[in-house]
Every structure is written in C-alpha cells, then in structure tokens.
Ligand binder design. Structure first.
Ligand SMILES: Cc1cc2nc3c(=O)[nH]c(=O)nc-3n(C[C@H](O)[C@H](O)[C@H](O)COP(=O)(O)OP(=O)(O)OC[C@H]3O[C@@H](n4cnc5c(N)ncnc54)[C@H](O)[C@@H]3O)c2cc1C
Ligand code: HEM
Length: 548
C-alpha cells in the first residue's frame, strides 16, 4: 500500500542554533586550534582545555577537603526539590541540575567539567537527564558529584519532554508499511536534538536520535550551493534535516553512527580553513516512513570486489545518486535484476566494510554498502552478483527487516546460531556487542554451521578475534567434514543446543532466561531451530530469528 502524495502531515522547525562559543573562544585564544587527536570518548569533539589545577584529581581533593559543595549545609542529601525551585539555580554562580531524579549543586564542578562549563550550564536549573545521556551515558555522575548531592527532585508535570506531535489531532498518520506497523508506538515523536562543533578546517554536525534507535542515514547535497540533506529514519519516521552551511564544505563528510547512544556525527572538511560565527541554518521535518519510500529502487555501482573463498565474494556498492547511506544493524536490502524479461528479487544483508581488510570496529561508519554473496552454480541472482565486475550496476532497495535493537539493550550474554550466509547480519552485531560501553556484553558465543572447513567464511578472522577478545567464543559445526576435522559435527540439534547453553552459563551467575539468542540461516535451519527452542521452552522475547 502506498500513501497519497502530500497526505502525510509533517512537522517543521527552523533552528538558527547559536554558535558554540567555547570552540570559537578556544580558537581565538589559540588553544588547541588545530588539534587532530580524538577525545577520550572516541568521538570527534575537542575536549575542553581545563585550567591548571582542575584535573579529576584536583576535583577529588576538593571533595575530600571538607568544604560544603552543596551550599545547603546540614540539609544536604535530604531536600525534596520542586522543579520551580530547581529552575532558580540556573546561574554560573549558583547552578543546580537534576539527573535521573537526583539534584546536584554543580557550581563548584563547572571549571572541572571535561566538556567545559558552557556545556554543563546547558543543564543548569533543569532536569538534564536527556542532555547528559545523549552525550555520555557511561559517565558515573553520582560518584563524581557525590559531594554535591542536594536531594531528590519532586515529580511534577512541568517536566514534560519537548513534544513535536502534541495531540492525536496533530499526530502523523499511522505508518502504512506492515513491517513497521508492528513496532508502531504511541509515544510523542521528538525531532533529533542537534549540535555542532568546529575546528579550523572541519565542521561536525551531530544529531542525537536516542539510545538504541538504530537509525538509517542517507545524506546528499544539491552541489550548487551549501545545502545538505540528512535523512534519519527510525521509529517509523523519517527526520528530514536540511542544513544550509555558513560556508562551503566538501561532500561527503565522514560519518559515524554510535548505535548504543544513537549519536550520529557527520564531519565535513571546510573548503577554506576559517572560524565560522555560526554553522548556518537547520530546517527539520518529520514524516512517516511509508511503503512507497521502502519500495524505492536505488542504482549502485560496484566499486570493489574480492574473493572470500571458492564460492563466496565480497562486493562494495556505491550509490549512483550522489547519496551516502548507512544501513541499520541487522537489516537487509533487496537486490533486483531481470532475467529473460522477468524481474527477480533476492535479499542480502550488508556486512561491515572492514571485512575487506580486518574484522574490527572502525572509527567511522562506512557509507558504501558491502555485501557478502555465496554463488550457487544453479542460482539466478547469486550467480549474477558472484560474476559481477567493478563498474557494473546493481539495483537495490532501502533497508528492511524486523530486527529491533532495543530488544537487546538490557542483555549481557548472547548466543548466536548462524548457518552459511546466515552469518551476514552477525558480523556487525558481534562488533557492536563487543563495543558496548553502557551495559557491557559479558559473554558472546557464535555457533557457526557449515558443510566443510573450506565453506567457513572468515574462519581465521573469527579465530583471531577469539584470541584477542576473551568474551568472544566461536565454535564451528560441520555437516560434511572429513576425518581430519576434530571439531563439532552434524546439524543443529537438541543435544548441541543443550550442551552449548550449559557450557555458556558455566562459572557464571547467569541463568537460561538471561541469554539472548540470534538465529539466521536457510529456511530449513531456522524452522528446525525454532522448533528446538519451543521444545526447550525458551521464551519468544529472548530469541530473534532473522527471516526474509
Ligand atoms: C533476509 C535474507 C538475507 C539474506 N542475506 C544473504 C546474504 O547476505 N548473502 C547471501 O549470499 N545470501 C543471502 N540470502 C539468500 C539470498 O537471498 C538468495 O536466496 C541466494 O543468493 C540464492 O538466490 P539465487 O537467485 O541465486 O538462487 P535461486 O534462483 O533462488 O535458486 C536457484 C537454485 O540455486 C540453488 N540454491 C539457492 N539457494 C540455495 C541454498 N540456500 N542452498 C543450496 N542451494 C541453493 C538451488 O540449486 C536452487 O534451485 C538472504 C536471504 C534472506 C531471506
Ligand atoms: C548537563 C549536561 C551536560 C552536557 C551537555 C555535557 C557535555 C559534555 C561534553 C560535550 C563533553 C565532551 C565530550 C567528549 O570529549 O567526547 C563532556 C565530557 C564529560 N562530562 Fe559532561 N556534560 C553534561 C553533564 C555532565 C555531568 C553532570 C557530569 C558529571 C558528573 C559530566 C562529566 C563529564 C565527564 C567525566 C566527561 C569526560 C567524558 C569522557 O571523556 O568520556 N558531564 N560533557
């Protein structure tokens, strides 16, 4: 079903966001003006240059000095603060803020804040939970601010989040796409929060899409002016962000999507190195992600291709429409072709481009699409892709699929069952799980089913990762191995599953219901595994089956 053009209500806002004064100030003062190193958080920001005597050690010393940092004397820790009372403490000389219901007097901490006092002041007088979590949810604020704790915040309706769709009447029409309807939410839709930061030669724009939002990103430029469009799709909604930069930049920028926090960074090189007074103008719109958008056909060029083993290739595709895109974790795309006048369509799951060199997390997300394709001699599309050459055109769809990253947010221990090319969604998921910082993945086991040792793609890469990363274990199960094979044999079965789970839980405090399973492979493998999990009485909410 497709929606009528113009029938969907969209929400717009235009934000001329004020300049990030601290960066301009720093540059003017000649401090860290052309710093090239990343921050301790691994993102693109310049860390604020703290004045001497304001290191973490100095802060700890101040906290232990006996000085009252709360400003409320003996009432410290016992106050029940109303939102209007909190709002009064919004000055640099008297700054309180609230995180997760706890109110702190951060006045003394301002010159110690590694992100700079201006950043911290953004939360002064407010419930700063969202701001805080969007930037650095891993920071142990309660420990750092333990001597600044004033008391609890009294719950109050004043503290509603900024709503874009305020009422049912103004809400967007329900999504038309069946795949997304299942996940439809009645929550109000918030535009992604925007921020920017600059160095002499670079400008970085940042969108905060929310923890585990797993956004799809597409970005393009009109080329003739400084207008760039950044489309972010998540929660069944497309957020259309149009930026007119204050000066010319090179397209494309480098893209980084941090799935855990939903932080999306686009770093552009300025055509001329200078400090801008402002980034330009941003217009934001939100509209539902409809079927007609999912069905778009996108032409791509093959820009790189290598052999993985005797029947499998890696192919890198670059979009031909001057658009860069990032496919969300666990989603697949469709590939279209025509054989004897008949259209054929098959699904493929993009894999991380690092597979062209080393299977490791990269600093920047790739903006080309990389496929791993097993060529079947009798196959239709797999043969075309297996035989394609650099420069050929391949037509693909936008990403699809029911994988919901939020399902695994609270999990720490995982077992992956993959058969053959069912490994494709797991590459990116494995890297993501091992990189998590807020809730660390403690154990991750891959049970990889293939026919013979020669059929195992990236075997040495998995084994290398296992040597370097003690939380990760890989076990190969082969159905047609010869006598030299000393590992596991056979097909997926009840006994293999039971032994795997028992071994995975050994010497841990986890129980069966803590484990999250992800399963992907040919239909027969998935159907059999579904039945086995049913027999073993595992709950649906702890298993994801990747289906077509
Ligand atoms: C969600 C999803 C994601 C997928 N991701 C990938 C991926 O990343 N990489 C990838 O290579 N494939 C992937 N596949 C499988 C892919 O979509 C095709 O089914 C596969 O490439 C075969 O298509 P074909 O047109 O070549 O063969 P078809 O024309 O469909 O089949 C023709 C003949 O090819 C042979 N054949 C086809 N499939 C198989 C098989 N599984 N086992 C044995 N013989 C077979 C048989 O002889 C069959 O009669 C995915 C499938 C789904 C549903
Ligand atoms: C209120 C909103 C806040 C905002 C907008 C904010 C913003 C920032 C920014 C922009 C950075 C630099 C990030 C980087 O270099 O990658 C930063 C770093 C940091 N902030 Fe905040 N901050 C806030 C609140 C707090 C609070 C309340 C605390 C602590 C108690 C805190 C502690 C830190 C620490 C420890 C770092 C360094 C983190 C790291 O290197 O990983 N911040 N902050």
């Amino acid at each position: 079903m497709s929606s009528k053009p113009g029938s969907s209500k969209s929400v717009e806002s235009q934000r001329p966001v004020p300049p990030v004064l601290r960066d301009v100030g720093k540059l003017a003062a000649g401090v860290a003006s052309v710093s090239t190193g990343g921050s301790a958080t691994g993102n693109l920001r310049n860390k604020y240059a703290l004045a001497p005597g304001h290191s973490l050690m100095d802060w700890i010393r101040l906290g232990s000095s006996g000085k009252d940092l709360t400003g409320v004397g003996s009432q410290a820790g016992n106050l029940s603060v109303t939102p209007s009372e909190l709002a009064l403490h919004n000055k640099e000389t008297d700054a309180w803020l609230c995180i997760r219901g706890r109110v702190y007097n951060v006045t003394a901490y301002l010159p110690f804040h590694p992100g700079g006092p201006e950043q911290l002041m953004k939360g002064a007088g407010k419930d700063a939970t969202r701001l805080f979590e969007e930037v650095h949810p891993w920071v142990n604020f309660d420990q750092i601010l333990t001597k600044c704790y004033v008391g609890k915040l009294k719950a109050h309706p004043e503290f509603e989040p900024e709503e874009v769709f305020k009422s049912e009447k103004n809400a967007p029409p329900p999504p038309q796409n069946n795949e997304t309807v299942a996940n439809a939410t009645k929550e109000p839709i918030l535009l992604p929060r925007f921020d920017w930061i600059q160095k002499l030669d670079y400008i970085t724009i940042i969108f905060y899409t929310g923890n585990f939002s797993n956004p799809m990103l597409e970005t393009t430029t009109r080329g003739d002016d400084n207008t760039h469009s950044i489309f972010l799709t998540y929660n069944n909604t497309i957020f259309d962000n149009e930026i007119v930069f204050a000066g010319k930049v090179h397209f494309p920028g480098r893209i980084k999507v941090t799935c855990e926090t939903g932080k999306v960074e686009l770093c552009y090189k300025k055509c001329q190195g200078s400090v801008w007074d402002n980034f330009g103008v941003l217009k934001q719109k939100a509209r539902p992600y409809t079927d007609s958008l999912v069905q778009a056909k996108l032409k791509c060029k093959v820009v790189n291709k290598i052999k993985v083993n005797y029947n499998t290739v890696l192919i890198e595709l670059e979009r031909s429409d001057n658009t860069k895109s990032v496919v969300p974790l666990g989603k697949h795309i469709k590939v279209f072709d025509t054989i004897k006048g008949e259209e054929i369509v098959r699904s493929y799951t993009p894999v991380p481009i690092c597979l062209f060199s080393k299977f490791r997390q990269q600093n920047y997300t790739t903006d080309n699409i990389c496929l791993m394709v097993k060529r079947y001699p009798e196959g239709n599309l797999s043969k075309i892709l297996g035989d394609c050459l650099t420069g050929d055109t391949v037509t693909i769809s936008k990403p699809l699929g029911s994988f919901n990253l939020q399902e695994i947010e609270k999990r720490e221990t995982f077992i992956i069952l993959a058969a053959g090319t069912g490994i494709t969604p797991m590459f990116a998921i494995i890297l993501f799980l091992l990189e998590r910082r807020i809730r660390k993945c403690q154990r991750l086991r891959l049970l990889f089913f293939n026919r013979t040792p020669d059929d195992i793609p990236f075997r040495t890469q998995f084994e290398e990762l296992q040597r370097e990363e003690p939380r990760f274990k890989v076990f190969h199960v082969l159905s047609q191995a010869d006598n030299t094979w000393t590992g596991l044999r056979g097909h997926v079965s009840r006994s293999i599953l039971e032994e795997t789970i028992a071994d995975h839980l050994k010497d841990t405090t986890y129980v069966k219901s803590d484990v999250y399973f992800m399963v992907c492979g040919p239909t027969i493998f998935t159907t059999l595994t579904q039945q086995l999990f049913k027999d073993l009485q595992f709950k649906d909410e702890q298993i994801h089956f990747f289906l077509g």
